[in-house]
Design a binder for this molecule. Structure first.
Ligand code: GUN
Length: 287
């Protein structure tokens, strides 16, 4: 039987409507419109599309968004100056520095400069620490989006073997951290696999829940998937003008019990979580 299609687009639209309601109530109570500032350096077309999608989503949820678009030659001190200014601006609640940055700018230096209370990407060491301790302030956008999809589709995670393919700071590590916590849509037994993992296919084949975030188009083939597994595909890879995930979708969807498409799976959920974090940042700013 072909897999249930996990619809991220529809789920994200519902989440955005919830956030819009909560943002309206917050604005009614405080007079404050939550404000996200995105910083985009250079002219990478994919990044420009992502940032535009984030801004459109803000509009849908009734949040304010501002874009600082900087030339590729922008220096590290110039970028740090802008971040310092945004950190100190009480009308700005969330700061998002779109990645990747140009190679002459040290990503870690820039990300660490974003004040933790406005770090809506959940990249700051303070926020990562809170997440690890199971008391998050902000949610890591893509992993929390995946977790929400598991919740919406009532996928049992407690005691399940979740295999996270990829160990990035943005997805792999925080994904594993969410699923291993005590509590709802968690309590999983988690394995992280990566490029140096031995017998990777045989480990992936043990997954009840597979999160593919390795950044290689169609890396997960049908022979690597246990019949009935739930497959969440975080990959966004370009093949010509087509987007493909990290999962070989057609054959894997014949074996899995549920699967996310690319596009229309995890991507919209990442953005919805960013909106939620922006509202959270605004709420925290008043007390
Ligand atoms: N580039 C690709 N994904 C992301 C993300 O989640 N946040 C930021 N800031 N940049 C990205």
């Amino acid at each position: 039987m072909p897999a249930t299609l996990i619809d991220g687009k529809a789920t994200a639209a519902r989440m955005t409507a919830e956030i819009a309601d909560d943002a309206a109530a917050f604005q009614h109570a405080t007079g404050i419109v939550p404000h996200l500032v995105a910083v985009l350096v250079g002219d990478d077309p994919a990044s420009a599309v992502y940032v535009r999608n984030k801004q459109r989503a803000c509009e849908k949820a009734g949040l304010k968004s501002t874009l600082h678009r900087l030339p590729i030659e922008t220096t590290e001190p110039q970028l740090l100056d802008l971040i310092e200014q945004l950190n100190g601006d009480s009308t700005v609640h969330g700061i998002l520095v779109q990645l990747p940055l140009p190679t002459h700018v040290r990503e870690q230096v820039i990300l660490d400069a974003v004040i933790a209370s406005k770090d809506v990407d959940c990249f700051h060491p303070h926020n990562v620490g809170l997440l690890v301790q199971g008391r998050p302030r902000f949610l890591p956008c893509t992993p929390a989006g995946c977790q929400r999809l598991l919740a919406e589709y009532k996928i049992e995670t407690a005691g399940a073997h979740a295999v996270v393919l990829g160990r990035s700071e943005i997805v792999g590590k925080p994904m594993a951290m969410l699923l291993v916590q005590r509590g709802a849509v968690a309590d999983a037994t988690v394995t992280i696999c990566h490029s140096r993992t031995r017998e990777l296919a045989s480990i992936v084949r043990q997954a009840d829940i597979l999160i593919a975030a390795i950044g290689k188009p169609r890396f997960v083939t049908a022979d690597m998937v246990k019949p009935g597994a739930v497959v969440i595909d975080v990959g966004i890879n370009r093949e010509g003008d087509k987007l493909v995930g990290d999962v070989d979708f057609e054959p894997v969807s014949q074996i899995a019990s549920a699967i996310t498409p690319v596009p229309g799976g995890v991507g919209p959920m990442t953005i919805a979580t960013l909106l939620r974090n922006t509202l959270t940042a605004a709420q925290l700013s008043v007390g």
